[in-house]
Design a protein around this ligand. Structure first.
Ligand SMILES: *Cc1c(COP(=O)(O)O)cnc(C)c1O
Length: 480
């Protein structure tokens, strides 16, 4: 009910309180200098405990997450996060990063186990778990590429080639790492345009950043040719592993000719993410690039792991201590409980689910790239819907009334009115059918009563915020 929504400040009444302190039983002393004292009382909401609890519990119930419903947010892999991961993460909750090495061997071994598991899954021999997110991993990986060229005194290589289907973080990370960006257009089939790639090569190219499968959910079958073109021109190949859920246990970026990658382990290996973290953007690389990895690098020493600091060519540290350790524990719990076969099946079911949804929506919505997809598919409103004034944002808003988190919209940028749907492997046939049914009902409303679409959602406290104003002039505190 919209009318019931009140800010905590609007619930406030003078004199209400949620505490009950004992009377002062010592002499009162005024020791704070006047210059440090406030001249007026701090404006805080005044509420009874019960009102406060209801306020926050109410807010938490309005929060939508994968634990309360379907969340097909393309490119974000909002799969269910098994609760055993959380339990495992608490095992180390008392460990302090400054603890003596004699107390932390287990934690170092955990990092070694993850490094070695990721090495098996990706085909890269060396890893760092320091980066705190995918974008941070991109930045770290690109600094390895920079260190590689610098170490060879090849200072002219200042350009990173990025396809136009790339996630926005790719060019942003490359710029932050000190590179210039050269964008290339995608081929009509959604893959890399080989001619455009060849034309973009030159002695100034440091490398290529590629997501495979890409943000259209398409696996690029020319991948070996692509990485060869870049290598022949003296560049290195960076694999954005955000879409790794499509190929984990099936194909390895190391075998596709890449030199360095990041994995969004918070996406692929099921740790809660969104809203800013914490995450882990593990970076893997070839043996040749391993000398540049951030220190300390975890190396195997007989039965155990050891933190190695002696790496003269290391790019240095990219994060305090070792990275987000609780995310690592959840990752390991996931990998160990799934096992090799389970990981492969996870990818296969993710792909199956995306193709099922795409197939069920064919004819109801348009499919700009109507071919077998990987773990996500891109659909758009039909021309008739657009003519009636119903756009992707209206469909996304409509889905909220059906209890579904909207898919990623208006991305990838190269598809007009894109809706990018990633169901993940953890959703049942029944959940997918309910989603398809909602999408079909919305399509009917779009054609028969387009005006109704512009009023959705009707079930949320705020329906249609002015998104531009919210971004440009955010009001982030209560105005008294
Ligand atoms: C999510 C994502 C990223 C960025 O990862 P974060 O962990 O959010 O920083 C990069 N590339 C692609 C394709 C993504 O989907």
């Amino acid at each position: 009910m919209r009318s019931a929504y009140k800010l905590v400040f609007e619930r406030s009444l003078p004199g209400r309180k949620g505490y009950d302190l004992p009377k002062l039983d010592v002499p009162e002393k005024d020791v704070i200098p006047a210059s440090c004292k406030k001249t007026a009382p701090v404006k805080l909401p005044e509420l009874a405990e019960v009102d406060m609890v209801r306020h926050f519990v109410g807010l938490s119930r309005r929060n939508y997450g994968v634990d309360n419903g379907f969340y097909p947010l393309g490119s974000c892999t909002m799969k269910y996060n098994p609760k055993i991961n959380e339990e495992i993460a608490t095992l180390f909750e008392n460990l302090h990063p400054y603890a003596d090495a004699s107390c932390t061997q287990g934690a170092v071994d955990v990092m070694l186990m993850i490094d070695e598991a990721l090495a098996k899954i990706t085909g890269f021999p060396a890893f760092t778990l320091q980066p705190a997110a995918g974008a941070h991993g991109e930045y770290t990986g690109l600094t390895l590429i920079k260190a590689y060229h610098d170490n060879r005194k090849d200072y002219e290589r200042t350009v990173i080639v990025v396809p136009d289907a790339a996630h926005g973080t790719n060019p942003a990370s490359a710029a932050l790492a000190g590179f210039k960006i050269r964008e290339i257009a995608s081929a009509p089939d959604g893959g890399v345009d080989l001619e455009a790639l060849r034309a973009a090569m030159g002695p100034d190219v440091a490398g290529l950043m590629l997501t495979n499968p890409n943000t259209l959910g398409i696996f690029d079958h020319n991948i070996l040719e692509i990485t060869k073109i870049v290598h022949d021109a003296g560049g290195l190949c960076y694999y954005d592993g955000a879409n790794f859920n499509a190929v984990m246990g099936v194909a390895r970026p190391g075998d596709m000719g890449f030199d360095v990658l990041h994995l969004n382990v918070h996406k692929t290996f099921s740790t809660p993410h969104g809203g800013g973290g914490p995450g882990c953007g593990a970076v893997g690389c070839t043996a040749e690039l391993a000398q540049f990895l951030p220190i300390p690098v975890v190396v195997r020493d007989g039965e155990h792991g050891r933190l190695e600091y002696d790496r003269p060519l290391s790019v240095g540290k990219v994060k305090a201590f070792y990275g987000n350790f609780s995310v690592m524990l959840k990752t390991l719990a996931y990998i160990e409980s799934m096992g090799g076969v389970g990981i492969t099946e996870g990818a296969q079911n993710a792909v199956l689910n995306a193709n099922y949804v795409m197939g069920m929506l064919r004819g109801v919505y348009d499919l700009p790239h109507d071919r077998i997809c990987m773990h996500e598919c891109v659909v758009t409103p039909t021309e008739e819907m657009i003519e009636k004034g119903v756009h992707t944002s209206d469909i996304a808003k409509g889905l909220i009334d059906y209890g579904v988190h909207p898919p990623t919209i208006y991305f990838p940028l190269i598809v007009h009115e894109a809706m990018m749907i990633e169901p993940t492997e953890t959703e049942s046939r029944e959940t997918l059918d309910a989603f398809v049914q909602a999408m079909k009902e919305i399509a009917q409303i779009a054609l028969s009563d387009p005006e109704a679409m512009h009023k959705m959602p009707l079930t949320t406290p705020v329906g249609r915020p002015d998104e531009v104003a919210a971004a440009r002039n955010p009001i982030v505190r209560h105005q008294w």
